[in-house]
Design a protein around this ligand. Sequence first.
Ligand code: 5GP
Ligand code: MN
Length: 323
Amino acid sequence: MNKNLEQVLTTIKENDHFLVTSHINPDGDAIGAMAAMGYILQSLQKDFVLFNESGLPQRLAWLKLPAPITQELPETDPQWLIVLDSGDSSRPGEKIKDLIGRVKTINIDHHLGNPGFGLINWVEPQSSSVGEMVARLAQKLDIPLQGALAEAIFLSIASDTGGFSFGNTTPEVLELTAHLIRQGLDYAQINAQMQKQWSLNKVKLHGHVLKNAELHLNGQIGLITITQEILKKTETTIEDCEGLVNYIRNIKSVKVAISLREDEPDKIKFSLRSYGNVNVQQMASSLGGGGHRNASGGTLEMSLTQAKEKILDIVRRYLRGKD
Ligand code: 5GP
Ligand code: MN
């Protein structure tokens, strides 16, 4: 067995009082992996708290949880901290970053370039999702992948593989998913749960943003911007921006899709998407962010105009270098 997985297994079996967390503005993998880890700790009769600095996104409110997801740290420190789906120690937010400094930490992740900020680090960039890794953990503990645990794992996998369409959809992922279905997971019902979460305002936001999509470098770069103004006008939040960048990745000529989201006047969240060998993780990490080869992100402390020029410059240089 993988040495790091073994360390995680022994540590959770032999200890108690865990705090389980994941990155801010959590996606389906972050929340699914937290829920799944909670169900494992519950089966082992351990004491645990689920924490996320941004809380549970509204679109995932349907998910069954083994405990509520709190946005407040407990008064007493846990004995162990479990950080999921976080490429570095600042991804879970400031409160957890401090805690990592003083509490023994298990880091379970699948991002490229994870520096190994835990005392125990189980990092597998070849895994589709952290939910897939947590499923392996449950299997080693002979915990059946059924019911709410299976749903949480499916949420993770389906989110991070783009509904089984990205390059990380390995035979192992499909076999694990087949196993979940054989164990009773209702595939159509859970997909409907995940997808049917839109509001009319979200559709209108996407309409406004896509209307102003741009192409650069002979159509090889697609770019969209989401301003504070448009979020206010459509009465939407940053949660409603999920998935926007994928539309422009689908433009035939586009090799790199860029989304720029104005969270504050001088705080721009960027997302980069690509296919195949075009490595956006390299581009994102040169801007202080990170992620995966075909899906990365980060934050720039500058105006929208400045961020756009900076990112376009980096992507243009990368793509020109590849010709
Ligand atoms: P998204 O663009 O959907 O926010 O994120 C795409 C991928 O990049 C995810 O795997 C996410 O965890 C990672 N990512 C997004 N923002 C950051 C960041 O600021 N730092 C790092 N290291 N990774 C990020
Ligand atoms: Mn993930």
